[in-house]
Structures are given as C-alpha cells and as structure tokens.
Design a protein around this ligand. Structure first.
Ligand SMILES: [Zn+2]
Length: 311
C-alpha cells in the first residue's frame, strides 16, 4: 500500500496527474501498487491493468491517426487509435469533443480535413474529463480556432492545472450537470458522471439520420485506473459514492450508439471494419450495457479489495 499512502500525502491535482494514463504508460505499463483485482464479465476476464491497457492501447496508439469516418448523421470520428475525438458538424460551424494531447492536434486537423471539413470552423470545444490524454490540446485548439471552450464546473480546478508549455487552460463557459450545448440545430447534454475525475462528463445527443433518431452516449470514463484510491481518499472522501452515482446516471441514459473517450470502450476497430457492409455497426445498445457491466464490476472489485486491505 506504500504508493497509495504516498498518493494520499499530496494534493488532489498531483494525484490526478500521477494517475494520468500516459504517466503510468511511461512507467512501462506497471501501475502503482494496489490489491490485485480481476473480474469476469460476459465470459471474459479482465485485470484492472488489462482494462486500463485496453483503453490507452500501446505506446503509438495514442498518437496514430485512426481513419476518420462518419459514425452516424452529422457525427464523425477524428481521433487516434486509442484517444477518441468526435466532430459534430452543423450549418453554423462544428463542435469538437476532446482535443486529446496537444501533439495530436495536427492529427485531428488532418482527420477533419480528410473528411472535407475545416478545423477553423470549430466553434465549440468540449471534453470528456480533465486528464491530459483528453484535454491537453484545448489551449492550442482555442488558439487555432477561437472556439468557445466549455467545461464541467467540477473539472475546472484540474483543467486550470493543465498548462502545456505554460499555456493557461482556456474556459469560456462553465457547465453544470444537465446543461445543454447547442449549435446549428445540434444539442448536446452534459451529464456529470464523476469519479474518474471530479467533473467527468458523459455527453449525450440525439442524431437524426434518414427517418430515424439515434440516442448517442459518449462515455466520459467509468474506469478506476490502477492505483486509484477509492477507500480512505483524503482529498475526496466521498469518491466511491461519486462513482456509484455515475453508474446510476449512466444506466438511466437511453442509448442506441455507445461511444467513449477511448475507442476501446466501444470496440471501435471491430465496428469500423464492418462499416458499410450491413446495418450501422455503431448501433449497439447491448454493447453499452456490456461496457457498463465491465466497468461497474471492476469498480466493485477494486472497492472490495481496497476495503479489505484497509482493515
Ligand atoms: Zn482519464
């Protein structure tokens, strides 16, 4: 438990940075110590580390462009192999969700251009949660586009600590649970699904395609990263309750098309391979439930293990 004790001794911003995925990856994928935990869901067994690794991918996956593509209607994928970025295209400009790492902004720009759009048309920039792999590039995107950057209130302190090369993190509008973001006929709803970060945000929207309307859910993250302290967390004593609430909120959301801040959360590579060969593979309500089942089982397993270890 020594790493956990060390984590408790420092401030919450530093704890967030400590468990920021790239830093763990830089340690050769070895997470800080914690009780070993694994879960079996739908016939597949995951250790905590494997689930984390599924999300962040290999060293190159975080910055390698994934083929940009249309998901449904006016919603497009413009991220890398393991860091999701989404573009909502409207007649009044576009909404970008997740700038990812600053070094990936040119990759995202290239993807947007390959789809026939322009980064400079980005009017609003949103994010999944205040970790560098999802929002480090916000200042650069703001600089390049002038987009309004909007963030959940509970993530603002962590975002303000995210300053690549000293650039202050832009925040033009502070959001609260249930707030809506609208542009050119598109409406996104911000759902506070805290735990992974204090302001972790699950975005939902309805997307029209043909005669059908689809409920889209972009999971902010429900993952408990290796080493993350659910028990005796002095900075956020109610952290386990926040996670529990996030699962409850997530389960109540109608979902036809599950997406997430990491493509592994919705098996993007597998679905992308099936695009255009039948019904839209991204329509997968069962996949949404399966992902919640995995994440919630892991949360309970980690909580149980940490509770026992703390006794
Ligand atoms: Zn994260």
């Amino acid at each position: 438990m020594k790493n956990c004790t060390a984590a408790l001794a420092i401030g919450v911003g530093v704890v967030a940075a400590l468990f920021e995925p790239s830093l763990i990856a830089q340690r050769g994928g070895n997470a800080p110590a914690g009780p070993p935990v694994s879960v079996t869901v739908n016939g597949r067994t995951w250790t905590q580390q494997q689930l984390f690794q599924r999300n962040i991918g290999g060293a190159d996956d975080q910055s390698t462009q994934f083929p940009p593509h249309k998901i449904v209607g006016n919603l497009y994928y413009v991220g890398t192999n393991s860091l999701a970025a989404f573009l909502v295209v409207t007649p009044q400009g576009n909404i970008l969700i997740n700038s990812t790492y600053e070094r990936n902004v040119p990759v995202i720009q290239k993807s947007i251009e390959q789809l026939g759009f322009k980064l400079s048309d980005t009017k609003i920039l949103l994010g999944s949660h205040a970790h560098g792999d999802h929002q480090e590039g916000d200042a650069l995107v703001k600089q390049l586009t002038g987009a309004q950057v909007m963030a959940m209130a509970e993530d603002v302190p962590a975002l303000e600590n995210m300053k690549p090369a000293g650039k202050p993190h832009p925040i033009d509008r502070v959001l609260h649970d249930g707030d809506t973001v609208t542009l050119g006929g598109a409406t996104l709803v911000a759902h506070l699904t805290a735990g992974h970060t204090r302001g972790c945000t699950t975005w939902t929207m309805k997307i029209q395609e043909g005669s059908r309307s689809y409920d889209v859910v972009i999971i902010g993250s429900l993952g408990v990263n290796p080493g993350f302290q659910l028990v005796n967390n002095k900075d956020v004593p109610q952290i386990a309750e926040e996670y529990a609430r996030a699962f409850k909120v997530s389960r109540a959301l109608p979902c036809d098309i599950p997406l997430g801040s990491h493509p592994g959360m919705y098996n993007m590579a597998e679905k992308y391979a099936k695009l255009g060969k039948g019904p839209n593979p991204y329509v997968d309500p069962a996949g949404y439930k399966a992902e919640l089942d995995i994440d919630e089982a892991m949360y309970h397993a980690v909580l149980d293990a940490q509770t026992k270890a703390a006794k």
